[in-house]
Design a binder for this molecule. Structure first.
Ligand code: 5AD
Ligand code: SF4
Length: 428
């Protein structure tokens, strides 16, 4: 289907959803004397946090208020993450705890959605073993929340909807933002990269970029509503614009957001090293509102493993990006994601990772223990690394990160910097 026809269909679908939202509102008015409250909990990445802002926007449209207390909630929604097994276990644990809540308050609506529910095995397990879950939906039908709620609240069966494809980029969904100063702005959805360890391309589908005009309009609205830091979000922002009808790319988008009037800063994540162009680094250096921070996940410092991970760069190419960026922006800070214990990771591979971390001098690192995700190529690879070896390597990396981190933040000692106060610390 052509992209413009797809967008038009999505428009019509959203109209329909607004109709369902109105009907849900009427049901809620007749059922509750006070405004019903929703407890929304988000697991995983910023993309999910941003998706939850849209889910909350729809809930608000239907008449729900929000609460941070599970006991006070009339509706509980878990927006889940599938990237690592640990995150999935936490979701199952927390959904399990809702059994007692639902016994006390049988009219409470329980919803599970997001990346985890896109996997058939998870949806089946929830259907079978968690009968008090009313609604489960996947990543491609998020905007249909009003319809799902209407079906269930008007006396219908439990709702289970997680088709493999669909329109995940519906424009015009209302937004409920929690933060005042920090704003998430999704510029694309999905991922085409199929790194061999990663479940994301399977649960979020193929990459689609929003039209530049839609991103700019949203940025303007965010700035008008007081946002001081706009985070442009995507699984691989560097490939923004591929396949769009208008010719654009991420560097052009950065320049366009930078040109908007107002006192705000721009950040972005995540950048894939394979698509990090000279033009992007140049745009970053020339745009005064863009933070001089690059999150450039390397994943590991072994050329042999980078190939098996399907990352499409080697350590030499990665280091050349770091050097180019530093030459243009001497004060730049780098952060990265690192996976420890990818199948067949040998001592010399791990030494490569330690060596690279030392050479780059990251400001901070997100370190992950490899988690086997069924359905990915890496899950079937031989020589999975024993747990004790992984743990030992992970601890060594962490010690290095802590030592380097202290040094990285001390380099601004004695200088005057503009800072954004995000919240008051609880520690006085
Ligand atoms: N195991 C561990 N870490 C993973 N990531 C993605 N998939 C896995 C996995 N199976 C990490 C990568 C990615 C970050 C968002 O999550 O480092 O950059
Ligand atoms: Fe996963 Fe790789 Fe896509 Fe990132 S780029 S979401 S690690 S497949």
């Amino acid at each position: 289907m052509e992209r413009s026809t797809q967008l038009q269909n999505a428009d019509n679908e959203l109209e329909q959803q607004f109709g369902y939202a109105e009907r849900v509102k009427q049901i809620l008015c007749s059922r509750y004397e006070k405004q019903p409250l929703a407890f929304v909990h988000t697991y995983g990445c910023q993309q999910n946090v941003s998706d939850s802002e849209r889910l909350k926007g729809l809930l608000e449209l239907m008449g729900y208020g929000f609460t941070d207390e599970l006991e006070a909630a009339d509706l509980v929604l878990y927006n889940t993450c599938a990237v690592r097994e640990h995150a999935e276990d936490r979701v199952f644990g927390n959904v399990g705890l809702l059994k007692a809540c639902k016994r006390k308050k049988p009219e409470m609506t329980v919803i599970v959605c997001g990346c985890m529910t896109q996997q058939t095995s998870v949806a089946d397990k929830i259907k079978r073993s968690y009968p008090y879950v009313d609604i489960l939906f996947g990543t491609h039908v998020r905007h249909r929340l009003p319809e799902f709620l209407y079906r269930r609240l008007s006396g219908g069966e439990r709702v289970f909807e997680n088709p493999d494809t669909g329109e995940s980029l519906v424009e015009g969904v209302p937004l409920h933002r929690d933060g005042t100063f920090k704003a998430w702005l999704p510029i694309m959805q999905g991922c085409n990269n199929f790194c061999t360890y990663c479940i994301v391309p399977y649960v979020r589908g193929r990459e689609h970029s929003r039209e530049q005009s839609a991103v700019i309009d949203e940025a303007k609205r965010l700035i008008e509503s007081g946002a001081k830091e706009i985070m442009l979000l995507g699984q691989n922002v560097n490939s923004y614009g591929r396949g769009n009808s208008e010719k654009t790319d991420f560097a052009a988008l950065l320049r366009a957001v930078n040109a908007l009037p107002g006192d705000f800063r721009i950040r972005f994540m995540t950048s894939h090293p394979k698509d990090c162009s000279d033009e992007l680094l140049l745009a970053m250096s020339e745009c005064e509102k863009v933070e001089k921070h690059l999150h450039l996940p390397v994943q590991c410092g072994s050329d042999r493993l980078l190939k098996i991970m399907n990352r499409h760069y080697d350590t030499a190419k990665y280091m050349s990006l770091i050097e180019k960026a530093r030459a243009l922006m001497p004060d730049i800070s780098f952060t990265s994601d690192i996976i420890v214990g990818f199948p067949d990771e040998r001592d010399e591979d791990f030494r490569g990772t330690i060596d690279l971390v030392k050479r780059v001098g990251y400001y901070s690192l997100f370190t992950f223990i490899y988690s086997k995700r069924s359905g990915t190529p890496a899950a079937k690879m031989e020589n999975q690394v024993p747990e004790d070896v992984v743990k030992d390597r992970f601890d060594r990396l962490l010690a290095l990160v802590q030592e380097k981190g202290r040094k990285a933040s001390s380099r601004f000692e004695g200088t005057v910097q503009e800072i954004l106060v995000e919240e008051e610390s609880r520690e006085k």
